[in-house]
Design a protein around this ligand. Structure first.
Ligand SMILES: Cc1ncc(COP(=O)(O)O)c(C=O)c1O
Length: 410
């Protein structure tokens, strides 16, 4: 007889969308702009830091659970100016990627009966973690108006009640590329104080904000340090998602709750990676002249990639929504007619337009993109179905290959 899983596992539903769409890209050996990770090789500075770290015998040992001391020190030095306060080592904790930071925050603060406000479209881990912890997620859609995504403030304000425990704010935002504006962040802060809620500030793309936009850290607003956990990702920051390293920053009493989850979970993450990333962060902080920093280097690559791709899609009659930050470009596929849309298979499918087009593009042109409708919570009342998410955080070679493919669209 089959062993029954815990109910929370069955309520997660079928396999994650990443598996289905990842398989489709692999089966087609596609140029992959669907998955959201940088694919360029290790930056020479990081390679050097990794080699140096590997020579240090300490990096073979278990880490100190909360953070490898050198990384804790470096987080203090790097983030104190960014948060405009003297951060203490006890106000940081290292995680196995920001993914784990999200999970620990839910585990530590959320339970059955609580409500969590999320913005649709979204990074799907927030939904999975709401389900796992028995909380109810309440989704507030971001609306596309005049080529940018905006928060419906009235709808957002009406989503609060006495059960609201946490708000998940992801800025810069995956998948839309929105950078939340000051007035939106101030409203989130005001309501979180009014209803005594925690804010999970997922800021994994904080280093990737484009001209004219400012990344505002909600934890720096008055009265918000005490109620915000900010999550960062070394993987996104330095193009090493495979290293699985991130960290959470917040008031010591909040971080201490994550530590409680940490010690009954992984009890720390790779010492070697922590040492290498500490070295890399230190290099960026000390970099002189600053224009030689990794961040400037990567920003230039992403800006070039973005404009090449945007132009290619516009030429292919797939207009793009302006990206303000992060790794993604959103393109409209409703204006473009592809030959595969005449096939009987296409016509008989009752999937959303974006799914059918993304499938057609990967099967016929070997270019993997993701339908935006995948990023909406199941209950969302708003679900645009004519947009595709395109990741531009890739090597120049991958982008050039993609551009050549887009030119052949027919
Ligand atoms: C918004 C957001 N948060 C968190 C993560 C997970 O980051 P990490 O790779 O550090 O676990 C991702 C990854 O795509 C993301 O897009």
């Amino acid at each position: 007889m089959e062993i029954a899983s815990a109910e929370k596992i069955s309520s997660l539903g079928g396999p994650s969308m990443w598996i289905e769409w990842g398989n489709l890209a692999r089966q087609n050996k596609a140029c992959n702009l669907g998955s959201g990770f940088p694919n360029f090789s290790l930056h020479p500075d990081l390679k050097e830091e990794l080699h140096t770290a590997a020579e240090n015998p300490v990096t073979c040992w278990y880490p100190r659970a909360q953070a490898h001391p050198r990384l804790a020190e470096e987080l203090v030095a790097t983030y104190s100016p960014l948060f405009q306060r003297e951060i203490l080592p006890t106000e940081t904790i290292v995680t196995t990627g920001a993914y784990q930071g999200i999970h620990w925050t839910f585990e530590a603060f959320v339970q059955a009966g609580d409500e969590v406000i999320v913005f649709d479209p979204l990074f799907d881990a927030y939904i999975a973690d709401s389900i796992i912890t028995g909380a109810k997620y309440v989704s507030v859609p971001l609306m596309l108006e005049s080529n940018s995504w905006v928060l419906d403030k009235e709808l957002f304000a009406n989503s609060f009640n006495s059960r609201t425990k946490m708000i998940v704010l992801n800025t810069p935002h995956n998948p839309t590329g929105k950078v939340f504006k000051r007035d939106e962040i101030e409203l989130i802060a005001k309501l979180s104080k009014e209803y005594n809620c925690l804010v999970l500030a997922d800021e994994v793309y904080d280093r990737f904000v484009f001209g004219g936009y400012n990344h505002i850290r909600i934890a720096t607003l008055p009265g918000m340090w005490e109620r915000t956990i900010t999550l960062c990702s070394a993987g996104k920051m330095f193009g090493v998602t495979g290293w699985r390293l991130g960290w959470a920053i917040g008031a010591a009493n909040l971080i201490e709750k994550l530590f409680r989850v940490c010690i009954c979970d992984t009890f720390g993450t790779s010492t070697l990676m922590q040492e290498a990333i500490a070295g890399m962060l230190q290099r960026q902080r000390m970099c002189s002249p600053p224009k030689e920093s990794y961040f400037i280097w990567v920003e230039k690559i992403f800006a070039e990639n973005y404009s090449k791709l945007k132009k290619a899609f516009i030429d292919a009659n797939m207009p793009a929504v302006h990206t303000q930050g992060g790794f993604f470009l959103i393109v409209d596929c409703s204006k473009r007619k592809f030959d595969f849309q005449d096939s009987s298979e296409y016509k008989s499918s009752d999937d959303h337009l974006d799914k059918k087009i993304a499938r057609g593009i990967v099967n016929e042109f070997k270019l993997a993109l993701l339908p935006l409708s995948l990023f909406y919570s199941p209950e969302s009342k708003v679900r645009p179905t004519s947009y595709l998410r395109v990741c531009f955080a890739k090597s120049s070679e991958t982008i050039d290959q993609a551009v050549e493919i887009i030119k052949t669209f027919h």
